[in-house]
Design a protein around this ligand. Structure first.
Ligand code: NAD
Ligand code: MG
Length: 323
């Protein structure tokens, strides 16, 4: 077995995981790479392969991804390609990885400036999460996970969205019973969507709610803001557009803004030009025959795919989140 982890997570948890694995196997090696998205690339995958080869891992060996989404994506992709595919398990240690990246089987790395451009679908044999790991997670990272969680509620579960907003104080204090309810429900929803549409032929695109504008902002801000924070403002833009179309009431729009704000997600971003953000949305992978597959909300918890959003509508929504 090989534990794959980054330079921040390995010192915190790798020894404990190793001790557990040594109860069932004699050989556990470890591959540690520098923390950060900048290392989710093919160079790191090559170093991982080198380590797997040097330690004699074979077709029956197991890769154990211990860390956030970067570690999970990179390890999963390495496992998918090594010897044409060996098993891997995920031990996600960020909220985002627990509710989002460890579910669904998408793995991969960034290629040059292109995010998640090279990858494979490879399901983990097991996802094990210990919510106590969230205690060492920086607040900003926790907020990012909350951006994706709020998104999940907005897509298809009004009651869940309201539960998450109502219990903000317990959730932020890492109350274990609240956390486990929230994480479980979020994984159930994502797993359900993915099971019905594993390769994103249709419904899975709903998971991109807030991501068209979110990704554009992320890029234009040169990745100074974290992904979940950009998803937060993207949700607000999508909600605004939905309100303009008469699909959301003003109260619902405000409720969504309040929900994001309560988890310290930004409601707006500065120093950007609306036209530039619009241009960046066009470079998103989620285009089909020249049309953006935009996700709109027909009320809270009822999202749908729409291909008729005009540049003018999108511009207005983008202006709404710029200061
Ligand atoms: P990450 O893995 O970089 O983790 C964020 C930071 O937190 C890192 O510095 C990490 O070292 C640190 N960290 C992790 N766990 C910690 C802990 N318990 N205590 C203290 N520090 C800890 O990033 P992330 O936000 O977890 O994931 C983002 C990545 O996930 C992106 O690359 C994104 O593309 C990917 N992603 C993939 C999918 C998918 O379906 N495969 C879905 C969403 C996101
Ligand atoms: Mg996302």
């Amino acid at each position: 077995m090989c534990i794959v982890s980054d330079s921040t997570v390995a010192p915190l948890y790798a020894d404990q995981v190793k001790a557990e694995l040594l109860k069932v196997t004699d050989h556990v090696c470890q591959f540690t790479f520098p923390a950060g998205e900048a290392y989710k690339n093919l160079d790191t995958v090559q170093d991982l392969f080198q380590c797997l080869i040097e330690n004699g891992l074979d077709r029956k060996s197991l890769v154990v991804a211990l860390g956030g989404g970067v570690t999970g994506d990179l390890s999963g992709f390495g496992a998918a390609a090594y010897l044409r595919g060996i098993d891997f398990i995920q031990i996600p240690t960020t909220l985002l990885a627990q509710v989002d990246s460890s579910v669904g089987g998408k793995t991969g790395v960034d290629f040059r400036q292109f995010k998640n451009m090279v990858g494979a679908f490879h399901q983990p044999r097991l996802v094990y999460m210990n919510m106590a790991t969230l205690q060492s997670l920086p607040k900003r990272e926790f907020g990012c996970g909350m951006g994706e969680i709020l998104k999940t509620g907005l897509i298809c579960d009004e009651e869940f969205f309201r539960f998450v907003c109502k219990n903000q104080s317990e959730i932020s204090k890492l109350d274990l019973s609240m956390l486990s309810r929230m994480i479980r429900r979020c994984c159930e929803i994502k797993a359900g969507v993915v099971e019905r549409d594993p390769k994103e032929q249709g419904e899975r695109a709903l998971l991109n709610l807030g991501h068209t504008v979110g990704h554009a902002v992320e890029k234009m801000k040169n990745f100074q803001l974290l992904h979940g924070q950009c998803v937060g403002v993207g949700l607000i833009a999508a909600a605004y557009l939905s309100m303009q179309r008469g699909l959301l009431t003003e109260e619902e729009y405000e409720e969504i803004r309040k929900g994001c704000h309560s988890y310290n997600l930004p409601l707006s971003v500065d120093s950007l030009n609306a036209g530039d953000v619009l241009a960046a949305t066009k470079k998103d992978k989620k285009m089909e025959a020249g049309h953006i597959k935009f996700i709109l909300m027909d009320g809270i918890g009822k999202s749908f795919i729409d291909k008729t959003v005009t540049d003018e509508e999108l511009l207005q929504a983008i202006r709404e989140i710029l200061v």
